[in-house]
Design a protein around this ligand. Structure first.
Ligand SMILES: [Zn+2]
Length: 442
C-alpha cells in the first residue's frame, strides 16, 4: 500500500455476513485492499454516513426508452402499441443525440446508486439500415456516455434480424439489422478493441421473434462473454413460437446452445415448468424488470419458484419507466405476494443480492464489499423521510429506500456522486430535459 490508498469510513456497511458498524474501507486504485473496524472516522479518512452497500447492478437497460417516460403512459394501448411509440423515438436518434441522451440517462442511474449497467443495444445503423462510416458509432456513443457519467458499462450488442416470426423487418426496424448473424458477429468483433476494466462487450439475442432459429447458434458461438436474451415477455411470443417451431422459446434457445451459465434471460414472464427446468439445468440466470413489466401489463414471472430452485436473479430498469433498483427489488417480492397470496417468499437479503448481481453483466468482482473486490459502493441515507426509524438493516434498504436516498456513489475508487449531486455533470434533470426534447416526436 502506498500514498494512493484512500480510506472511506462508513457509519454502517453491508458486508458479506451482514451489517457492521464503524467500518473502514481502504481503496488502492480501483480495488478494496483492506476492511477493518473503527468506532469513529480516523483523521484523513472520508466519512460516509448512513448504510454503505455495494453499488447496484442494472442488468437490463435500453437507454433511449427513457425518452418515453410519462408519454407512453397516456391513454390505453398494449405492449405492441407502446412499441410503435418506442420506434418513433429510435428513428430520430443519431450518434450525437444518442450520446447526449445516454449520458444523461446514465447520470440518472449514477444518482440512483447504479454503478454498472448492461445496455441491450440494437440501434446500430443509419436511416434505412445503411451503416455509418464507423459501423459501431452508436455503440461507441454508449461507451463514451457511460464513461462521462462515471459508471461501468456492459455493452450487449444485440442481434436483430427479423420483424417477427417469419416476418421481414418493418422500415422502422431496418436500423437494427446486420443482415444475418454472421454479419452481426463480424461487426461486433470490431467493438472488442474498446474493452477495458470498465467496459465489457457482450452479446444479446433480441428475442426468438427477431432472430430466426437457424441464426441463433451463430450468436451463441460468438464469444464466451455475457449473453442476454428477451424471453417470453408476452404470451403472443410463446403462441407464435409454438406454431412456427413446435416448441417454447426457451426450448428453441436451449436447442441452439443459447442457454448457459453466462446467459441471462430477461423477463422470463410466461414460462412452463419445463422451461424453468431448462433454465435451471443450464445455469441460466433471469433478469426481472418489474417496473417495466407492470407498466406494459406483461404479467408476473414466477420469481419465488426461480429462487427456490436456484436460478440466479438479477434486476433491470429496462424501459426506465422508473430508475430505482430498490423499487425493482421490493416489487419482485410484492408482486409475488399479489400473485400467490403469500408474504415473505423472498427475504430482503435475496432481493438485495439480485440488485447487486454484477456477474450477470460481466463484472464478477463487483457486488460485494470484500478485500480484492472492486471499490464500487454507495451510501444510503437512513434518516430521510422514507428511511428514518428503520435502522441500518437490509430491510430498510429494500423495503423503504428510494433512489433519491442514495447520497454518495464511488466507482472504481472514485467519487462520482456526493451529497446527492453528480460531481462532474451538475444538473442531471436539466440534461435529461434537453436531451429528451431533442428526440421526442412533436
Ligand atoms: Zn428490454
Amino acid at each position: 500500500m502506498g500514498d494512493a490508498v484512500t480510506s472511506w469510513w462508513c457509519e454502517h456497511a453491508l458486508l458479506p455476513d451482514g451489517v457492521a458498524h464503524g467500518v473502514l474501507i481502504d481503496v488502492d486504485g480501483e480495488r478494496i485492499v483492506a476492511i477493518t473496524t473503527s468506532p469513529s472516522a480516523p483523521p484523513g479518512s472520508r466519512r460516509l454516513a448512513g448504510l454503505v452497500v455495494p453499488g447496484l447492478a442494472n442488468a437490463h437497460s435500453h437507454a433511449f426508452h427513457r425518452a418515453l417516460r410519462s408519454r407512453t403512459q397516456q391513454g390505453k394501448g398494449d405492449f405492441w402499441s407502446w412499441r410503435e411509440q418506442m420506434y418513433a423515438v429510435a428513428a430520430r436518434l443519431d450518434p450525437d443525440s444518442y450520446l447526449t441522451l445516454a449520458t444523461a440517462v446514465y447520470a440518472e442511474m449514477a444518482l440512483a446508486g447504479i454503478t454498472s449497467v448492461a445496455e441491450f443495444h440494437y440501434l446500430h445503423h443509419g436511416e434505412k439500415g445503411v451503416p455509418y462510416d464507423d459501423p459501431n458509432v452508436m455503440g461507441s456513443a454508449l461507451i463514451q456516455a457511460a464513461a462521462v457519467a462515471g459508471i461501468r458499462l456492459s455493452l450487449l450488442d444485440t442481434c436483430y434480424l427479423a420483424g417477427g416470426f417469419g416476418q421481414p423487418l418493418s422500415p422502422r426496424q431496418e436500423r437494427f439489422s446486420d443482415g444475418d448473424a454472421a454479419g452481426w458477429a463480424s461487426r461486433v468483433e470490431l467493438l472488442r478493441r474498446l474493452e477495458s476494466p470498465s467496459v465489457v462487450i457482450g452479446a444479446a439475442v433480441h428475442s426468438v421473434r427477431a432472430v430466426p432459429g437457424e441464426q441463433l447458434a451463430t450468436v451463441a458461438a460468438w464469444s464466451d462473454l455475457p449473453l442476454h436474451v428477451h424471453l417470453s415477455e408476452q404470451p403472443a411470443e410463446n403462441d407464435a413460437c409454438l406454431s412456427m417451431y413446435g416448441c417454447t422459446p426457451t426450448a428453441l434457445l436451449a436447442d441452439a446452445g443459447v442457454l448457459s451459465s453466462r446467459t441471462t434471460a430477461v423477463h422470463a414472464t410466461h414460462l412452463t415448468a419445463g422451461d424453468l427446468e431448462l433454465l435451471w439445468s443450464s445455469g441460466t440466470g433471469v433478469c426481472l424488470c418489474p417496473t417495466t413489466e407492470r407498466d406494459l401489463a406483461d404479467g408476473i414471472g414466477a420469481a419465488g419458484v426461480m429462487v427456490d430452485i436456484g436460478i440466479p436473479l438479477s434486476l433491470g430498469s429496462d424501459s426506465h419507466a422508473v430508475i430505482d433498483l430498490f423499487e425493482e427489488a421490493r416489487a419482485v417480492e410484492l408482486d409475488e405476494r399479489l400473485a400467490t397470496h403469500t408474504r415473505g417468499t423472498m427475504e430482503a437479503g435475496t432481493l438485495a443480492r439480485a440488485a447487486m448481481r454484477h456477474g450477470a453483466l460481466g463484472f464478477p468482482d463487483a457486488g460485494e464489499l470484500i478485500v480484492g473486490g472492486l471499490a464500487d459502493f454507495i451510501a444510503v441515507d437512513l434518516e430521510s423521510v422514507r428511511t428514518a426509524g428503520g435502522g441500518a438493516t437490509v430491510e430498510s434498504l429494500v423495503f423503504s429506500a428510494a433512489a433519491t436516498d442514495v447520497t454518495d456513489v464511488v466507482v472504481a475508487g472514485l467519487a462520482v456522486v456526493g451529497d446527492r449531486q453528480h460531481l462532474t455533470l451538475g444538473d442531471v434533470g436539466r440534461r435529461l430535459s434537453t436531451a429528451i426534447a431533442a428526440v421526442v416526436p412533436r
